[in-house]
Design a binder for this molecule. Structure first.
Ligand code: ADE
Ligand code: ZN
Length: 350
């Protein structure tokens, strides 16, 4: 069998991949959550509420964005100790290795750790040791984005920034904000983001996910965000499309996520093709893969099978992601060379 008629699944499996929008807490699979709940005696303690929440997770539909955020918060409660976080990290990085994801910028919700009154230092020590151990075995490299909860306000985001600064020599490459765009508009955080920039950190923001195009404009113009998480609302405003195109700001598109959280009714409603045809820098990501029953491999498959992307376009998305990493140019080049080896033998279409 030559490369042209290699099955699509094999082609995607062989493609060296990079993931830029992946929450550690949202990657904890239901089996691991059950294991954690059992060892902590939680199954008895929280009773009905826990089971209701688990059922929502099993259908991978949350009904509304607020309900999804509540489920995300509930899942993080099971990560009670640094060892729990280390277990989550080990399982995530091993799983990335099985998908041929070579590098990931994993979001750690430092904001949630603060909310739970845990030690950010102890958790970060544990997750970075776990990531280093799995890197030694699998070669998968991880850097970290510290994420704050925007609807907790400015002081909270600044506290997360202080922790990110503290660990920037240990693989924390960026500050991000997640949570509810409506209750935490980007403009509030302009000063904090300027401080992040001055500290040598990169800046990302969820924007244009549940919020409209204006939320994206604010993230770019007021926060200096270098990448936009989701950004699907850009398709509703040609001026925001132009802004993203002219500044070449990558979008971290998460197809399955947007249906599961209730932003879109159907996958087909996602403006992926419009974003690509508008000349934007698009990357594919899994967001909270265990909460949505997806993986980066699956997102590539959906892009091909449900949106008609060719193999050339899939390679282009992987290349976009490599170029959008916060890695130094030499490390990007090494990943691009690996990609070229596979892309060089790729077929014409799927
Ligand atoms: N936290 C985890 N996943 C998120 C998402 N998709 N949007 C906002 N905050 C999040
Ligand atoms: Zn996210």
């Amino acid at each position: 069998m030559n490369a042209t008629n290699t099955p699509l699944t094999d082609f995607i499996a062989r493609l060296p991949k990079v993931e830029l929008h992946l929450h550690l807490e949202g990657s904890v699979r239901p089996e691991t959550l059950r294991e954690l709940a059992r060892t902590k005696g939680w199954l008895k303690r929280v009773g009905a509420a826990y089971w209701a929440w688990r059922r929502a997770r099993q259908s991978y539909r949350y009904g509304s964005f607020r309900k999804f955020l509540r489920s995300f918060g509930a899942a993080t409660l099971l990560l009670e100790t640094p060892e729990d976080y280390a277990l989550a990290t080990r399982r995530l990085v091993e799983w990335l290795g099985r998908q041929n994801v070579r590098y990931a910028e994993v979001t750690l919700s430092a904001g949630v750790i603060l909310w739970k009154k845990q030690s950010v230092e102890a958790v970060f020590d544990a997750v970075s040791a776990a990531a280093a151990e799995v890197h030694g075995r699998t070669g998968v490299r991880i850097n970290w984005i510290f994420d704050a909860i925007r609807h907790f306000g400015v002081a909270h985001v600044r506290e997360v920034l202080r922790w990110a600064e503290r660990f920037c020599s240990r693989g924390v490459v960026a500050l991000g904000i997640g949570g509810d765009e409506a209750r935490g508009p980007a403009g509030l955080f302009a000063e904090v983001y300027a401080e992040a920039r001055a500290a040598g950190l990169h800046r990302t923001a969820h924007a244009g996910e549940v919020g409209g195009p204006e939320s994206i404009r604010q993230a770019v113009e007021l926060l200096g965000a270098e990448r936009i998480g989701h950004g699907l609302a850009a398709a509703r405003d040609p001026t925001v499309m132009a802004l993203l195109r002219e500044r070449r700001i990558p979008l971290e598109v998460c197809l399955t996520s947007n249906v599961a959280t209730g932003i879109l009714r159907r996958l087909e409603d996602h403006p992926l093709r419009q974003l690509l045809e508008g000349g934007l820098v698009v990357t594919l990501n899994s967001d909270d893969p265990a909460m949505f029953g997806t993986s980066l491999t699956e997102e590539f498959l959906l892009a091909a099978n449900r949106f008609g992307l060719t193999r050339d376009q899939l390679v282009c998305l992987s290349e976009n992601a490599i170029r959008a990493t916060f890695l130094p140019a030499t490390e990007q080049q090494a990943l691009l060379q690996d990609l070229a080896k596979v892309a060089g033998v790729r077929g014409e279409s799927h």
